[in-house]
Design a protein around this ligand. Sequence first.
Ligand SMILES: *Cc1c(COP(=O)(O)O)cnc(C)c1O
Length: 404
Amino acid sequence: MTEVFTGSFTQQEPIPEAGIEAALSVMRSGRLHRYNTCEGEVSETAALEQEFAALTGARYCLGVASGGYALGCALRAVGVKPGDRVLTNAFTLAPVPGAIASVGGVPVFVEVTEDLVIDLEDLEAKAGQADVLMLSHMRGHLCDMDALMEICRAAGITVIEDCAHTMGATWNGVASGRHGLVGCYSTQTYKHVNSGEGGFLVTDDAEVAARAVILSGSYMLYERHAAAPGPEVFERVRLETPNVSGRMDNLRAAILRPQIAKLGEQVARWNARYDVVEAGLRDTPGLRQVTRDPRGVFVGSSYQFLLPEWSPGAVEEVVTRCKARGVELKWFGAEAPVGYTSRYDSWHYAPSGPLPRTDAVLAGLLDMRLPLTFSLDDCAQIARIIRAEVSAVYQAAGGTDARA
Ligand SMILES: *Cc1c(COP(=O)(O)O)cnc(C)c1O
């Protein structure tokens, strides 16, 4: 009998009871706005920022309305102006070029490697074209961060990290988001903690932090922050920095605090699931797995594999057959963007030069989420289904004939 998977790839776990209790208490108080505090009270938002700063080892942390807002706010806070070019990896999702465009910046796309990280050679070749790199750790794959920072230091490039998929990850023992000048995170439902919408920005730079706080809509209430620089820093920036409201609120902060406290535990659970899928797909003919550098601690909240040099028809056949058995694969090689899988050439507001290496990778790239509601047995079953369908299509095409 052919097995069919019946789980949902979009079903996250419930909010921890402690978060529900804290959220109820915020609602009963009526003080949902982060600056609506009683004398001596530290708001849920301010406490959350302190806790996230401690988790990442950052001096300053700001909670905001979304991950995309954090990216745009970071660009403004480091001084990107309309017309400025901003380097970014071509394999990412729409909020990244969107954030660059939102400040009038012009994305310059950098190639991606078969291991789904930024191509450092191409980065070096393009380093003279911009003063800022917005590095997206897409799908949790971390490049050699020491080598990347060396290239950027030598070229005088400011690095902003998009850690939407690396909250809880580390490179050489340093939290993801702490190599560049600013790290940005999302707390949207499909990321590593869930407040519906939300995000963070962390930095050690006092002026960038102060500008970000003012940008986010603090008016002159910045002294109610607990993970922000002192008033003397705000004195220097407060009248020069516009208000582009995008604050975190106490309700979301209350939901997030218990989740931040158990992030390490969740990372271990995600990685156990990732390992089961990876083991189940090992040595599947025609399928290439992504190699991850042992210097990184990754968060396996999603899984990717390549069908290198397969014809579009054969890749589509795999997607269709897996879907019929309950396994939803997203294909980054489709002609038109579907769901979240848009590709750099579908962002018409940000035209790019040719990226042949990225095109070849994306043409055979398949992606799926691994929510924590999946058991380890579920993950083993998913791998069995993918393995069987990839093998069937590959063999039907006569092995190497699946190739274009
Ligand atoms: C989700 C996501 C973001 C932005 O997060 P939102 O909170 O949805 O704005 C940024 N980058 C990547 C790669 C993402 O997947």
